[in-house]
Design a protein around this ligand. Structure first.
Ligand code: NAP
Length: 283
């Protein structure tokens, strides 16, 4: 048996085309959705991420501004920029690229973003809205994973989903989204004594750890759906996920590749959130 691929590039292309259509409709009403991306410091990976985000906006009819500051920017100066962007009517979404330099309290900066513009979904108000099932912005990566499950028509009700990882940006919100769709959810982490015993029960496994081969074929129930959020490098320096793709694809029914899986979906859901922020602003 060889699993079917859930192609994040193909699904992204569909969703981005819809974003572009809706952005054009808003523009016709005189409102161009706008995203501000703020980068502090010169982390090379962050520079690539922010460029990709800005380009994705431009390619799909969204206005975007990239504000780049040296690592010496003070926390007060950054908070003042966030405050100005909160009040800027041309900006509907604000993204402060993480990680921030050590002298800046990232949580304080995130909490300074207006919840109406929190398109990364990291604000405590967004987390709370997800927790209680109220409208709000969902963090882009787990939101993208949900779209991938939706794209294969997967019905989560009554299924057992195992999430490996409990970060605030991926694992925890992922678990809440799966729960909201009536899955029975188990969250595993570094203190889980027997990960394999958990994953072998899973109809859906989401791996969000950041370590290669956390999930191998012997840990997967035949026919399970496997979503690989991890981004790692193998010995040859090639991008790979947390899942032993070659082995697991022989056991799973569906699997997401790395690259070309969750990665492009994350940026796509940022566009979707920004567009929705603009649509809400437009009433
Ligand atoms: P993180 O904050 O480092 O969290 C990793 C989680 O994995 C933690 O909860 C940790 O447990 C758990 N963990 C570590 N070792 C484990 C083990 N052996 N068994 C079970 N759980 C273990 O990372 P993150 O920000 O959630 O990101 C996870 C991965 O996804 C990274 O590779 C990251 O690059 C990738 N990512 C990809 C995208 C994308 O767009 N594709 C977006 C975001 C993140 P503890 O809590 O106990 O420490």
């Amino acid at each position: 048996m060889s699993a079917q691929l859930i192609d994040g590039n193909a699904l992204s292309a569909q969703l981005r085309a819809d974003v572009a259509r809706r952005a054009a409709a808003l523009k016709a009403r005189g409102l161009t959705p706008g995203l501000a991306v703020v980068l502090v410091g010169d982390n090379p990976a962050s520079q690539v991420y922010v460029r990709n985000k800005v380009k994705a906006c431009q390619d799909n009819g969204l206005h975007s501004v990239l504000e780049q500051y040296p690592a010496s920017l003070s926390e007060a100066e950054l908070l003042a920029r966030v405050d100005a962007l909160n009040r800027d009517p041309a900006i509907h979404g604000i993204l402060v690229q993480l990680p921030l330099p050590a002298h800046i309290d990232a949580q304080k900066v995130i909490e300074a973003i207006s919840p109406d513009k929190d398109v990364d979904g990291f604000h405590v108000a967004s987390a709370g809205a997800l927790m209680v099932g109220q409208p709000g912005f969902w963090p882009c990566t787990p939101y993208g994973c949900m779209k991938m499950l939706e794209s294969i028509g997967y019905k989560l009700r009554g299924k057992h989903a195992v999430v490996i990882g409990r970060s605030n940006i991926v694992g925890k919100p992922m678990a809440l989204m799966l729960l909201q769709k009536n899955a029975t959810v188990t969250i595993c982490h570094s203190a889980t004594p027997d990960l394999k015993a958990m994953t072998l029960q899973a109809d859906v496994v989401v791996a969000a750890v950041g370590k290669r081969n956390v999930l191998t074929a012997d840990m997967v129930k035949p026919g399970a759906v496997v979503i690989d959020v991890g981004m790692n490098r193998n010995e040859e320096g090639k991008l790979c996920g947390d899942v032993d793709f070659a082995g697991v694809k022989e056991v799973a029914s569906y699997i997401t590749p790395v690259p070309g899986g969750v990665g492009p979906m994350t940026i796509t859901m940022l566009l979707v959130n920004t567009l929705e922020a603009a649509e809400r602003a437009a009433g």
